[in-house]
Design a protein around this ligand. Structure first.
Ligand code: HEM
Length: 389
């Protein structure tokens, strides 16, 4: 089935009514103008993620590979698994991320809040959430010669090139600068760590024996590029979304403030409902049938995580934010082999980054309209607030 009308601009402006219509009427559809198949029901997205032999991450063309070089998200098993298993430990609770979240993150947030407290008003997305997010990744990776602003600019440059669907040379140039500068920053760290090692993620990558062979310099650089391009926008959007949801809903705010252990559930439910990462993109390795529709071999297919997370077939009243859901997990961090490597760290950034604001800023309230934008990456562009300083 084809949808000849649907455009990216429509999806970016207001995706949910479109996705609801597709789930109901055309759950597997070729969006002609996007030259992409869209898969919108939970079961079908889960099937995509569970069958990498049918839905390959090694797509051709690949904007991700072009912008960053070959990395784990542009490969299938066993190569993808080799890289992920080798690089994951510092991003879990038992690694660098665990000590960072416990010993550094709350003070990092408080220090940023101290910087604007007296002003009585701020935009919580930028610089606050952006700074929490970029600093966290910078510290866990161990890019200690760079500032968070620098890491943020690399993220922006790489993302511009990843989304450079119309081959704009200006965006390629931005991506190239970020690519080269980040590679040299990593080289400097590699040289220093070869003399004195530490507990950071890059040090771990240098020391790890990845299924019988060390990681190469190129593997480390390309995958750190993937982390910088993918691991900063989402926690930033997550902090913005959690704060917005609480500020816009007095009853929910009261419930969470009176029972702080609900904060983690709130983060989880906001991730489901607002799914800051819209899709996973794969390519069919053969003709595949999903929900009665045949997708040809070699087709690019977007499994729409946002839509799977809103599927009435899995979630009761899916558009309602409900801290007491019992239906099971959601797909905001994806489901299969390529499920997010930074999920644990990202959840801590969002929980602590939002919780510190409500703990520190008295009578915190919205000070303007909030506009959500984006499809692939969706979050508030800004979140203007006031408090009684
Ligand atoms: C907290 C918000 C975050 C969200 C919602 C999120 C979401 C996702 C999703 C949906 C994927 C799967 C992409 C696909 O299959 O095509 C993914 C993969 C990935 N994420 Fe995250 N992410 C977040 C934070 C982070 C952070 C903080 C890092 C830092 C390292 C990170 C690093 C990665 C990497 C390296 C992959 C590729 C994993 C693989 O190919 O196996 N993410 N993320």
């Amino acid at each position: 089935m084809n949808d000849d009308e649907l455009t990216l601009a429509q999806l970016e402006a207001d995706p949910d009514p479109i996705l609801a219509r597709l789930r109901e009427q055309a759950p597997v559809v070729h969006a002609t103008q996007l030259n992409l198949w869209l898969v919108t029901r939970w079961d079908d997205v889960a099937t995509m993620d569970a069958h990498p032999e049918l839905f390959s991450a090694a797509t051709e063309p690949s904007f991700l590979r072009r912008a960053l070089g070959v990395n784990m998200l542009t490969l299938d098993a066993p190569e993808a698994a080799r890289l992920k298993n080798a690089m994951m430990p510092p991003f879990q609770r038992s690694g660098k991320s665990g000590t960072f979240a416990e010993e550094v993150l709350p003070q990092l947030c408080d220090g940023l809040i101290d910087g604007f407290y007296e002003e009585g008003q701020a935009d919580l997305v930028s610089p606050y959430a952006a700074a929490v997010s970029a600093s966290s990744l910078q510290i866990v990776l161990g890019l200690s010669d760079s500032t968070w602003e620098q890491v943020w600019r690399w993220c922006e440059g790489l993302c511009a090139d990843i989304a450079n669907f119309d081959n704009d040379p200006a965006k390629t140039a931005l991506g190239d600068v970020a690519k080269v500068e980040l590679a040299s920053a990593i080289d400097v760290r590699i040289e220093a760590l070869q003399k004195v090692s530490n507990d950071t993620a890059i040090a771990h990558m240098l020391s790890v024996d990845a299924s019988g062979s060390p990681l190469t310099r190129e593997e480390i650089i390309n995958n750190v590029r993937l982390m910088v391009s993918g691991g900063i926008n989402e926690p930033r959007d997550g902090i913005g979304l959690v704060c917005w949801v609480l500020l816009a809903n007095g009853e929910l705010r009261e419930e969470v403030m009176s029972s702080p252990k609900l904060w983690r559930r709130l983060v989880d439910e906001v991730m489901r409902l607002h799914s800051p990462v819209g899709t996973i993109t794969r390519q069919t390795t053969q003709e595949v049938e999903l929900s009665g529709t045949t997708i040809p071999e070699g087709a690019l297919v977007a499994g729409v995580l946002r839509s799977a997370n809103h599927d009435e077939r899995r979630f009761r009243e899916p558009m309602k934010l409900d801290l007491h859901r019992t239906e099971g997990g959601h797909a905001a961090f994806a489901l299969g082999q390529h499920r997010c490597l930074g999920e644990w760290l990202g959840r801590q950034e969002i929980a602590v980054g939002s919780e510190r604001l409500f703990a520190r800023l008295p009578n915190l309230r919205l000070a303007g309209d909030v506009e959500l934008h984006g499809f692939e990456f969706r979050g508030p562009r800004s979140l203007r607030v006031k408090w009684d300083a």
